[in-house]
Design a protein around this ligand. Structure first.
Ligand code: PLP
Length: 399
């Protein structure tokens, strides 16, 4: 019998009841704007920031309208200007080069290794070109952060971490987002917490935090924050930092607060699913599992494997045969960007020299989402289907 999977790869879990009730309370009182508070009231947004700062272990936290907005704000706070070059990953998603381009700055792409992390040797050669690295922990893969930070510190390159896929993850015991100058997170539906849209920015630097708060559109109400620096930090900057509105609102904050409280438990559930998939895929002929380093604490909300050096037609064949059995895989190597997949050469506003070693890796990356609505049994079934189709295609090729 040919097994089929019938679940939905884009279906997330419901919002926790506590979040639904808190959101209804906000709608009943009508004070959705974060600075619209009754006397002595602390807004949901300010509480969320305080709770996320505690979760991340940061001095300061600002909640904003999206992950992309958090990244652009981080770059602005660091003084990136139009025309400046900003280093970033060749293997990432469109909001990352988009955040750089939104300032009129210019992305300089750094290659990707077979571990799906930034190529630190390539980075080393390019450090002289920019003052800032927007480092994307794409699909949750974290590079050797100790080596990366040593290199960037030595070159005086500031690091902004894109933690859209690593909220809850860590390198060498240090949470993702807490290595560089600023960490940015997304609360968009497909990430680790879900408010539809939303994001966070965390830092320990009072100057950067104050700039970010002003940039987000705090008017002169920054004293209503609980996770912002003291008002003296605003003295120098409040008259010459533009307002580029991108605030979080109390409705989304109300939805998010219980999810932050549940995050550690949710991450364990993701990892149970990831491990089941990884075990099921290991030793499939022609398929390379991405081994995760011992220093990496992962959150397995998606899984990747490589069909390295396979012909495009054979990869397409595997993807369509898996799709016919209900398993939705994404191929990052597709010559034309499809849905969320993309390659650095499809961002034509940021031309790059070709990187042959990275192109070889990108051409082989197959990706799958792991929503928490999948059971462990679902994951075991999905792995059997992929294994079956990849082995058959591999046999056809070697026949
Ligand atoms: C989703 C995502 C972001 C941020 O996205 P928003 O939709 O703006 O919240 C940033 N980087 C990566 C790699 C992402 O996937």
């Amino acid at each position: 019998m040919t097994e089929r999977f019938t679940g939905t790869f884009t279906q997330q879990e419901a919002i926790p009841e506590a979040g639904i009730e808190a959101a209804i309370a906000v709608m009943r009182h009508g004070r959705l704007h974060r600075y619209n508070t009754a006397p002595d009231e602390v807004s949901e947004t300010a509480l969320l920031e305080q709770e996320f700062a505690e979760y991340a272990g940061s001095q300061y936290c600002l909640a904003v309208a999206s992950g992309g907005y958090a990244m652009a704000t981080a770059l602005r706070a660091l003084g990136v200007k139009a025309g400046d070059k900003v280093l970033s990953n060749a293997f990432t998603l469109a909001p990352v080069p988009g955040a750089i381009a939104s300032l009129g700055a210019v992305p300089v792409f750094v290659g990707v290794t077979e571990s799906l992390t930034i190529d630190l040797d390539d980075l080393e050669g390019k450090l002289g070109e920019a003052r800032v690295l927007l480092l994307s922990h794409m699909r949750g893969h974290i590079c050797d952060m100790d080596r990366l930070m040593a290199m960037c510190d030595a070159a005086d390159v500031k690091v902004v971490e894109d933690c859209a896929h690593t909220m809850g993850a860590a390198w060498n015991g240090v949470p993702s987002g807490r290595h560089g100058a600023i960490g940015c997170y997304s609360c968009q539906t497909y990430k680790h917490v879900n408010s539809g849209e939303g994001g966070f920015l965390v830092t320990d630097d009072p100057h950067l935090a104050a700039k970010a708060v002003m940039l987000s559109g705090s008017y002169m109400l920054f004293e209503r924050h609980l996770a912002a620096p003291p008002k003296e930090a605003f003295d120098d900057i409040k008259y010459d930092t533009p307002n580029i509105s991108g605030r979080m609102d109390n409705l989304r904050a109300a939805i998010l607060r219980p999810q932050i409280a549940d995050l550690a438990a949710q991450c364990r559930r993701w990892n149970d699913r990831y491990t089941t998939l990884e075990d099921g895929l290991r030793d499939t002929p022609g398929l390379t599992v991405i081994d995760r380093p011992a220093k990496e604490t992962i959150v397995g909300s998606s899984i990747q494997f490589l069909l390295l050096d396979w012909a495009a037609s054979a990869i397409r064949d595997v993807i369509s045969r898996c799709a016919a059995r209900g398993v939705e895989l994404k191929w990052f190597g597709a010559p034309e960007p499809v849905a969320f997949t993309s390659r650095y050469d499809s961002w034509r506003y940021a031309p790059s020299k070709p990187m042959a070693a990275s192109d070889r890796v990108l051409a082989g990356i197959v990706d799958m989402r792991v929503p928490l609505t999948f059971s462990i049994e679902d994951c075991a079934l999905i792995a059997r289907i992929i294994r079956d189709e990849v082995s058959r295609a591999h046999n056809r090729m070697s026949a």
